[in-house]
Design a protein around this ligand. Sequence first.
Ligand SMILES: NC(=O)c1ccc[n+]([C@@H]2O[C@H](COP(=O)([O-])OP(=O)(O)OC[C@H]3O[C@@H](n4cnc5c(N)ncnc54)[C@H](OP(=O)(O)O)[C@@H]3O)[C@@H](O)[C@H]2O)c1
Length: 261
Amino acid sequence: MHFKNKIVWITGASSGIGKELAVQLAKQNAILILTSTTTSALENLASELSCKTHVLPYNLLEVDGIASLVDTAMQLEGKIDFVIQSAGISQRSLADQTSMEVYKKLMDINYFAPVALTQSILPYFKKQNSGSMTVISSIAGLIGFPLRSGYCASKHAIKGYLETLQCEFYKTNIHICLVYPGRIDTPISRNALVGNGSQFGTTDENNQVGMHVSVCAEKILKGISNNKKSVLILKAERFLFWLWWFSPSLYYKIAHNKGLK
Ligand SMILES: NC(=O)c1ccc[n+]([C@@H]2O[C@H](COP(=O)([O-])OP(=O)(O)OC[C@H]3O[C@@H](n4cnc5c(N)ncnc54)[C@H](OP(=O)(O)O)[C@@H]3O)[C@@H](O)[C@H]2O)c1
């Protein structure tokens, strides 16, 4: 019951990993703040949870407003113990057929939004002399993969930013955790962007064969409870990562064949 009576703010709480984290944290009697763009989905979720819950809808693509969103979130309970940033958008398009608007949108949601939220909450964490910040990156934040040029870039970028914070805050009571899931069975591909900025719209079979979202959420919460700096949540992707490290040319060949199918 690590999270009992702790105030946990989850972005991307309306679906997939963020939603499952909310379900599991509710069972531990955490106090939740739930954010995404879809108010109705957040309200439905809140009504199903047995813990105290605040619904705080926000479109994180509006990066300039995130500082005041953080102020609002802080005022709800006067304190935040844990932030888990799960909001994100994926991509399904070849690099040379992807518009700059799509690259910018992916960077806004997967990189600039979590940076803005982190920058705004750190002063509060310093004042509290405590706080835990987790961002869900991806195995795509460690290695490149076809059809995900902008997604991979944004997830690599957030790794660079947060690893730097891990160095700078090393001797403090502020904990930063990066999570690197492989394929998780969530609806992520439906909202993934294609080259012209429209949505992919269907569920990718790659995700359907992925890890069950409840197992993924359990591993994330265990990692956060143990103040882990990084949490790898991989099944078969572990082999791809190993290959990338030891035999890059073979990795590129396999990624080309598998990823472009
Ligand atoms: N599923 C996987 O295989 C996988 C693998 C590696 C990493 N990840 C990462 O895990 C995180 C969660 O993904 P998921 O699989 O749970 O996907 P998901 O089911 O599509 O959930 C994405 C969440 O992000 C929210 N979101 C999207 N755009 C937003 C915006 N502009 N403002 C606020 N919230 C926004 C969505 O809510 P609304 O639509 O209501 O706004 C939704 O709650 C993402 O960062 C993703 O990159 C997923």
